[in-house]
Write a protein that binds this ligand. Structure first.
Ligand code: 2RA
Length: 359
């Protein structure tokens, strides 16, 4: 299948990651034409993709209507403005923003977890698929196989989120503050437009805005999206989102209660059989054994990797059937761009895009 693919937010870190992935040609579809959209500031710039030059445009309906599928990797307001009109004309829209994640007619999809929701007959009516938050995706990749096999009672987690989750400006802030420390020995806790306090050599128990109930917007997304994807609207789930001074890779420290007693090795076995998960979990390793990852996986090691990695799997007596573990993955790939492109790929493979193009 040859497709015209659009990327809105093409100059952002997720948009750039999507370009890299499409250039790898790992998909079951061929990119016949690529159309790139970004803010006015970037419009007119040229990008080279697979040896052809592409001029970046501002989002505009006439051009976007030429696409078979569009990945929205930008703020919710742009998705809200353009997606309804594009969907009406049969353009498949994969939205990374939160704009449609709670929408009752829009599937919130992680292909390995609930890819069955990508139903051609349903999507023909309203071809919009929401891609979850970059912490929700790795979390449900781990929770789903455990829920299916052992039953899931409750979840408590803390995230360790790299600054790239807040985009290129946040990467620049961490770079500048770190440089400022080493060049000028200055670590004033300066406030930037991106972070309320200095992030270099610091952590912030706080990602996105604070809501009336004391949760942050990020924590609320993780809770509501996980419940929707796992079909568990009442699942007790407590989340604390923490921003850490790393560039790429989101980590999550998770403690959960299962419905039945399970050993750590049963957990390892179940997770290792789930597509897209890699278990790296040694109790000890001599230097030469460390190999690629050894012992456990750190955020930096996930950069550019597609898998969700799980380490530190162990029983805990904090709950009757308690398990604790560490989840870490590249927040720009499986946490965002890869998941969205996998959705397009599934829609190419299951006939959705063919059905839409004949509309
Ligand atoms: C973050 N998950 O990490 C949010 C949005 N990508 O900033």
């Amino acid at each position: 299948l040859e497709l015209t693919i659009g990327i809105v937010g093409a100059t952002g870190v997720v948009g750039q990651t999507a370009l890299d992935l499409l250039a790898d040609e790992f998909t079951d579809f061929k990119v016949k034409k690529l159309k790139l959209y970004a803010s006015r500031a970037s419009a007119g710039k040229m990008v080279t993709f697979c040896n052809s030059k592409i001029t970046i445009e501002e989002p505009n309906l006439p051009s976007m209507l030429e696409c078979n599928a569009i990945l929205f990797a930008t703020e919710a307001s742009i998705s809200t403005e353009f997606i309804p009109k594009l969907a009406e004309h049969g353009v498949l829209c994969i939205d990374k923003s939160s704009a449609f994640r709670a929408h009752p007619s829009v599937p919130l999809v992680v292909p390995e977890v609930n890819g069955h929701l990508l139903n051609p007959n349903e999507l023909k009516k309203f071809p919009v698929v929401a891609s979850p938050n970059c912490c929700t995706i790795p979390l449900v990749m781990v929770l789903k196989p455990l829920q299916d096999k052992f039953g899931l009672e409750r979840v408590i987690l803390s995230t360790y989120q790299s600054v790239s989750g807040a985009g290129k400006p946040a990467i620049d802030v961490l770079t500048e503050e770190t440089k400022n420390f080493f060049v000028n020995q200055d670590l004033t806790c300066g406030k930037s437009e991106i972070f309320p306090k200095s992030i270099a050599f610091n952590v912030m128990p706080y990602v996105a805005g604070i809501l009336d109930n004391g949760d942050t917007d990020e924590e609320s997304k993780i809770i509501s999206e996980s419940r929707k994807i796992l079909n568990s609207p009442k699942l007790p789930l407590a989340a604390t989102s923490v921003r850490v001074p790393t560039f790429v890779g989101h980590g999550e420290s998770v403690t959960l209660e299962l419905s039945s007693k399970v050993t750590a090795s049963q957990i390892k076995e179940t997770l290792s059989e789930f597509p897209g998960i890699q278990i790296i979990d040694e109790k000890s390793a001599k230097d030469e054994d460390l190999g690629t990852y050894g012992l456990f996986v750190t955020p930096r090691e996930t950069h550019g990797k597609d898998d969700v990695f799980v380490s530190r799997i162990r029983n805990t007596d904090v709950f009757q059937n308690g398990i604790s573990l560490w989840i870490v993955s590249d927040n720009l790939r499986k946490g965002a761009a890869l998941n969205a492109i996998q959705v397009i790929n599934s829609c190419a493979a299951n006939g959705t895009l063919k059905a839409l193009s004949s509309k």
